[in-house]
Design a protein around this ligand. Structure first.
Ligand SMILES: [Zn+2]
Length: 717
């Protein structure tokens, strides 16, 4: 989930939904009285246009705040539909943009509990509220009176066009409602809502089953079985074993952050097989936590739901407002890259087999050997020692590098706020004031939550607590970046890997995308799923620019700049193992799409996965990055369903845009090109069609060739 973008804005929930209040007046008043003291509902006060009261949030307030927020949101919608005047942009669309302020605020805190401060107590509330929130959304997305008004404004706008940004809001709103069943008759609407409710529970169950298998399958090692593992990892494994009451042993939890290094370094082949098996069997163990039945149900319900709208399959329905537009376009891209990826796997396996043979081991490379022997090949071929690289990658310096890049490309200045002046939800969180370097104008606040802790979800992500809009008074941005670095002893430097440094820039790219927004309406801040990874991916490219290297990649003890030869090795090694990385990713992305293009009526999920991989000639030496029974992107919600291809879609743009910088007179610091990038690819967010925006930046459509070159694959014409 390294690049999972968690935009927990309620707009994503509410954008296609508005409500009718059914509760009686008496009840409403009670709720109102009950909630005036609820911190989660209160308007944000304090400096910088108001900030969330993270220092006062209390889980016991959450349920009543959600209930009250939903009720208020429904009342807002009711006021719109009750308006006796003819529907206009202002009294319908703009009013909808303003609706649900209270609930929006609650969801910012909800997001913190879900991602940064999770607990069993919270998950209980989450499970309880999921079907209720689903009902709430249906009440808005299926509100007939509301849709009639939206449709009127939309139809009018086709005759008398509005201003460009208003026109886009109307179009997105209308399409969102139409896509979500607003035009259905009463019977179909009821079925539609019932399906969504059932799905919301299936999604929760899916995720919980995977969690259960991650918690239940822990492998314990003895002291004799630690060959190849680093001291840091051994210490961490010992602590986890102790915490689990197995003092003296070493635990390998069934998660990616332990599986991956264990398979890379452990010399114990049988244990590698065991750890691999546990990890890739999550949700597929034929017990009470098995997800195959859930997946079949989810696929059938999704197909039935889009069938109500007249679509053949879920993928066609889902992609209509994505940059790719159709499943065929997404498949064409993946099919174009796939042959080169699996051809590269063959070469990688050959190299690895040679290393195994030379060491006298009589083995054939199996999936649990791939990472282990790939690492040996890496050392041999590229002589790259990742521990050596780490000594030049300090978190503090990397943070300064982010600010430097933001200054160069966006003309932003980052200044730490006075400690205690902005509330935070944990002492580790630090806050910076972001201003325009030339004018001094305040743009927003940047929150950084860098360190791992119990209850914080793994990986790295970016989110906003408030987005830039101007239609209802100018709002400044509150954006945050979140990582899971290991917290050091006081005064010690945090050293990170090249991959983690890249991810750090990646997430900052999302933050810059938030800060640079110049849209008027909230809906226009929404992301297009196969486009929102472009802005973050492209920022990764500045890590290996000379200006960043020479100023910020310095040795944590000597202060010496990272040696040129080492940088050259890193760059040379960048195409290493791309067969593995691209193939494991693409296999998942193709599977995601195929599951949603097929008829699921009698589907056998296990067999479908097997047969699809056979048809693809999937190399037997590796597996899908996310096997179907634990593919949370796709089955624990709908955010990434038929969207996993989006990372590669965005990467086509990333590679192509990077070549534009490489060719510019001043390279990656070319002011003119940077200004163009901010103007067309960052600031408009979703106020412009992404394909058109890209053309304005590049003067042509993006080509796939740059991506192929990036990964070291053959460009075929
Ligand atoms: Zn991302």
């Amino acid at each position: 989930m390294r690049k999972y973008l968690n935009i927990t804005t309620l707009k994503s929930l509410v954008v296609c939904s508005l409500i009718i209040s059914t509760s009686c007046t008496q009840k409403n008043e009670n709720a109102e009285n009950m909630n005036t003291d609820n911190v989660l509902l209160q308007e944000w006060t304090g400096p910088y246009g108001g900030v969330p009261a993270f220092d006062k949030m209390n889980l016991t307030d959450l349920k009543s705040a959600l209930e009250f927020g939903m009720k208020k949101n429904l009342e807002d919608i009711h006021a719109i539909t009750n308006n006796s005047e003819a529907p206009t942009f202002e009294n319908t669309i703009a009013a909808m943009e303003k609706a649900g302020k209270e609930l929006n605020r609650v969801f910012k805190y909800y997001g913190i509990w879900s991602a940064n401060l999770s607990s069993e107590e919270f998950r209980k509330i989450q499970g309880e509220m999921a079907p209720i929130l689903s009902d709430f959304n249906s009440k808005i997305s299926q509100n007939k009176e509301l849709f009639i008004r939206i449709k009127k404004v939309y139809d009018d706008s086709l005759i008398t066009p509005l201003e460009a940004d208003q026109q886009r809001v109307v179009q997105l709103t209308y399409e969102g409602f139409a896509m979500n069943g607003a035009e259905l008759d009463k019977t179909k609407k009821e079925r539609y809502a019932a399906i969504n409710k059932e799905l919301s529970t299936l999604y929760t169950n899916f995720g919980n089953n995977v969690l259960a298998d991650e918690e239940n399958y822990v492998v314990y090692l003895t002291k004799e079985q630690l060959g190849g593992l680093s001291d840091g990892m051994i210490k961490s494994m010992a602590k986890i074993a102790t915490d689990k009451g197995q003092e003296g042993k070493y635990a390998i939890p069934n998660t990616r952050s332990y599986m991956s290094p264990f398979l890379t370094y452990s010399t114990e082949r049988e244990l590698r097989k065991k750890v691999w098996n546990n990890y890739y069997s999550r949700g597929d163990n034929g017990d009470e936590f098995d997800n195959n039945e859930n997946i079949a149900k989810i696929l059938k319900l999704r197909k039935e739901r889009v069938g109500l709208l007249g679509y053949d399959n879920y993928a066609t329905w889902r992609l209509q407002n994505r940059m790719a537009k159709t499943p065929e376009n997404a498949m064409n891209l993946m099919n174009a890259v796939w042959p080169s990826a699996i051809a590269r796997v063959k070469e990688e396996v050959k190299d690895m087999q040679a290393v195994a043979n030379a060491s006298g081991k009589k083995i054939t490379i199996e999936p649990w050997d791939y990472r282990y022997y790939a690492e040996k090949v890496r050392k041999q071929k590229y002589d790259l020692d990742s521990d050596e690289v780490k000594q030049y990658l300090q978190l503090d310096k990397l943070t300064q590098a982010l600010f430097f890049v933001a200054d160069e490309l966006f003309n932003y200045t980052f200044t730490p706020v006075k400690e205690g002046s902005v509330p935070v939800f944990h002492e580790d969180v630090k806050v910076w004031d972001v201003t325009n370097k030339t004018t001094g104008e305040h743009i927003g606040l940047w929150y950084l939550d860098p360190f791992a802790r119990p209850g914080k979800r793994s990986g790295a992500w970016a989110t906003t607590y408030r987005s830039h809009t101007t239609f209802d008074g100018k709002k400044t941005v509150l954006a945050s970046n979140n990582s899971n670095f290991v917290k050091p002893a006081p005064g010690e430097a945090v050293l990170v890997s090249w991959d983690d440094a890249t991810t750090f820039l990646h997430e900052f790219g999302h933050a810059l995308h938030f800060f640079s927004s110049e849209v008027k309406y909230p809906t226009l801040n929404g992301g297009v799923r196969d486009y929102t990874e472009f802005q973050s991916q492209v920022l990764e490219r500045w890590l290996s620019t000379d200006k960043v290297i020479n100023q910020f990649l310095v040795h944590y003890k000597t202060g010496k700049v990272i040696p040129k030869e080492l940088v050259a090795k890193i760059k040379k090694a960048s195409t290493f193992n791309q067969g593995f990385a691209t193939t494991e990713y693409l296999a998942s992305a193709i599977m995601d799409m195929k599951f949603h293009m097929t008829d699921p009526t009698n589907i056998d999920v296990d067999a479908f996965e097997r047969e699809t991989l056979n048809e693809l000639n999937m190399p037997k030496e590796l597996v899908m990055r996310h096997r179907t029974p634990h593919f949370g992107h796709v089955f624990s919600g709908e955010g990434y369903a038929t969207a996993y291809y989006g990372y590669m879609w965005a990467d086509v743009l990333t590679a192509d845009a990077s070549e534009a910088f490489a060719e510019a007179p001043e390279g990656f610091y070319d002011k003119d090109l940077a200004a163009k990038m901010v103007k067309y690819l960052f600031a408009p967010r979703n106020s412009m069609d992404p394909a058109e925006a890209y053309k304005l930046f590049r003067g042509r459509d993006a080509k796939i060739d740059a991506l192929m070159r990036d990964r070291g694959f053959q460009v075929t014409k």
